[in-house]
Design a protein around this ligand. Structure first.
Ligand code: HAM
Length: 434
């Protein structure tokens, strides 16, 4: 019979193991400290959402909606999609839970996995993690600046190298629609030099032409009208305030009038942090304002501002602080069996049961006393247990016998034989005097 092939994790997905899990936990702890310190509350939304949420929220003409969603039928004729991003789901939750009745802005953060059917490569996956922050209910430019400063702080704390912040404004929907017409006219004039992709989007999404890698398109775009030069009065005032506040916070940025983002909901401020150590997938995190999105999802008119950053990209470009591994205070070992015990006799066998039970009780007591404790779980010899305890970095090992326990100091080298019920007290006292 031929052996079946090994089953591997699907393309573009990966397992998080050992040290990587530790580094991610550090990132999550930093994000929590920074964001909850600034009044953001954690939110978890479902992995599956109605497909329509993204079609309406992210935009029908975007790459995400056109080609990157993992969509399935729920069996009852409804179309569901594995969330490709977090902003539309957060806005849905804001509307669904009547959060507009709370004090505004409502500030929410998440750290979750997202799914996009992309060509997998280093830094680009089909299941990836984002940390994100969304502030809903205020159009104050201070919300924009605070939000950007928070991401800048997180990237700095995670040691992300070669950071650049690109900043721009897309204006309000009204000023953008005038500009769109101007840009469409310009693109039509130069249609012959444009890529097929860009040509196909002149009607739907002309701004994406700024994002093209196609040489002919790039040349055309050098002379294209810039949205930043056509902002309405209030929009340019808003942008100036955001810039002023970033300068006050000493966060360096470059204004980049060609910055467009791959999602349709943005208005006014848009930004992106890139790292020059990342190669092709240089975007570490980005976001912006989305003042029309909640209303588009049938909620009350509500401004919003936020960002998301890729966990894998932060870790690829970062030098995260070392993972602090909690030391094991006490390892509970089982004393070597006596030869007669192995050879049998119900009475002797029951003595082994008594010791195992005593060891298990000691483990539970140690943990309720606040000690970090582990116990032998793999039937090792006493020598094997001591080697294992040493590899765990255990401070003390308790070798549990029937009535008494040998307490071994793994760092100081001494040992003493004491009554099992006094072990915890002895370890606590010794740790206090260290
Ligand atoms: P986004 O630019 O599509 O924005 O994604 C944000 C970040 O997620 C990117 O900068 C990148 O680090 C990471 N990312 C995206 N796709 C992948 C992938 N396939 N593999 C690995 N990492 C990836 C958004 O998602 C918006 N929701 C951000 C936002 C929040 N805007 C306002 N609020």
């Amino acid at each position: 019979m031929s052996r079946a092939e090994k089953i591997k994790a699907p393309r573009g997905t990966f397992d998080v193991l050992g040290e990587q899990a530790g580094v991610r936990a550090t990132l999550e702890a930093r994000a929590r400290a920074i964001l909850e310190g600034a009044g953001y509350e954690r939110i978890e939304t479902p992995v599956l959402e109605a497909t329509e949420l993204f079609a309406r929220g992210v935009g029908a003409s975007t790459d995400i909606v056109q080609k990157e969603m993992f969509t399935l039928d729920d069996g009852g004729g409804r179309s569901l999609t594995l969330r490709p991003e977090g902003t539309a789901p957060v806005c849905r939750a804001y509307v669904e839970h009547g959060m507009h009745k709370r004090k505004q802005p409502v500030k929410l953060w998440y750290l979750s996995s997202f799914f996009r059917h992309e060509r997998a490569q280093a830094g680009r996956y089909r299941q990836f993690w984002q940390v994100g922050a969304e502030a809903l209910g205020s159009e104050d430019p201070a919300v924009d600046a605070e939000s950007i400063v928070l991401l800048s702080t997180l990237l700095e704390e995670m040691g992300v190298r070669g950071i650049r912040l690109r900043l721009s404004s897309l204006g309000s929907r009204e000023s953008r629609s005038e500009y769109r017409e101007r840009l469409q006219a310009y693109l039509r004039e130069h249609e012959a030099s444009l890529s097929e992709d860009v040509k196909g989007r002149i009607e739907l999404n002309p701004l994406r032409a700024f994002d093209s890698d196609h040489e002919g398109t790039k040349r055309v775009m050098e002379g294209a009208p810039r949205l930043l030069d056509h902002l309405g009065g209030e929009d340019s005032e808003h942008f100036a305030r955001v810039r002023e506040l970033l300068e006050a916070a000493q966060v360096p940025y470059e204004v980049d009038p060609t910055l467009v983002r791959g999602l349709d909901y943005y208005t006014r401020t848009v930004f992106e942090f890139t790292s020059d150590v990342l190669g092709a997938q240089s975007g570490v995190g980005g976001g912006g304002r989305y003042d029309g999105l909640v209303e588009q999802l049938s909620g009350p008119p509500t401004p919003g501002m936020g960002w998301a950053a890729g966990i894998e990209r932060i870790l690829l470009a970062g030098e995260p602080p070392p993972v602090v591994v909690s030391p094991v205070d006490l390892f509970v070992a089982l004393g070597e069996e006596l030869r007669e015990e192995r050879e049998g006799g119900d009475e002797l066998r029951s003595s082994r049961v008594v010791r195992r039970r005593a060891a298990f009780e000691l483990l539970a007591e140690a943990r309720s006393a606040g000690l970090i404790a582990q116990m032998e779980l793999a039937g090792r010899s006493l020598k094997g247990q001591l080697g294992y305890a040493n590899a765990l970095g255990a401070r003390y090992v308790a070798i549990v016998g029937e009535d008494e326990t040998v307490l071994k100091d793994m760092q100081g080298g001494g040992q003493e034989t004491i009554a099992t019920e006094t072990v915890i007290h002895a370890v606590l006292r010794a740790l206090r005097t260290l």
